[in-house]
Design a protein around this ligand. Sequence first.
Ligand code: AMP
Ligand code: MN
Ligand code: MN
Ligand code: MN
Length: 297
Amino acid sequence: MKISGRGYNVEKYIDLHTHSTYSDGVYPPGDIVAMAAQKGLLAIALADHDSISGIDEAQVAGVKYGVEIVPAIEFSTCYKDFRDIHLLGYFIDHKDPELARNLEKFRERRDNRARAIVEKINARLEVENKDKISYEEVQAIGQHVISRLHIARILVNNGSVKSVHDAFKRYLVPCDVPKQYFPIAEALAEIRRLKGIAVLAHPQSITNDRSVLKTLIREFAGFGLDGIEVFNNLCYKDDMLFLESLAREFGLLITGGSDFHGFEDDVEIGCGSGGLAIAYHWLEAMRCRAGENKVDV
Ligand code: AMP
Ligand code: MN
Ligand code: MN
Ligand code: MN
């Protein structure tokens, strides 16, 4: 029987980087899954910062809406002089009790850091004759893991700045207090212990210097990195081609995601700020590698 060509090229799309109210996203996991279903996405990963608490809810909604949910997490790591290198762990055993204990410590440190940031920002607001903000307001919208994004949203809500972008530029960046960064080799080992695969998130956030980025990615691959987020919102097409070439050179998986948080009007789940289209077959390759990692540990 002759098979019709129609339908053969119909690709299914996914989004492997989303945030919920369990970290600094605006929507609870169930709503994110519903949005993904509405967009026709076949799979999403919930990758909250330092948190796995939303994964079970996402999976329940995934069954309801027919969307595959990949359990994931986003760690903030450090290496040499580089701070805040974001590392995604996929297919992790999110019910691991030691992970829960470690994340509780991260959460406590984030709380203390947020209090210190609010104090610094208030000193600045006072000089500028503007209304102060309170830690309690921040805590009210960041109920699980508090990030600077929650503080930025409070500054927008009280009229101190016009946008989250301005809040970072004028307050969050100058008044930052370092959070606890996970040394990248330890974070990679933790993801491996959890039988997951480790992917470098939005690599251009580390540096735009391509030769530095290439050296770093080569070194991370040596420590056990499995993949890089080639398709991301910080990239232009040319950057994606560069990252793709690095992935091929170092034998790394190619992944992608919108980093959807739900507050930016111009970032949508699945397509990011418009140009993303992440094919399902990248997830198949990740699943294969995750299976191999489970066997060889
Ligand atoms: P934290 O983990 O507390 O340092 O907060 C970092 C989070 O703030 C990131 O995950 C982003 O969601 C957000 N973020 C960082 N820089 C910016 C920026 N310039 N504009 C908007 N959001 C940002
Ligand atoms: Mn975030
Ligand atoms: Mn990130
Ligand atoms: Mn993220």
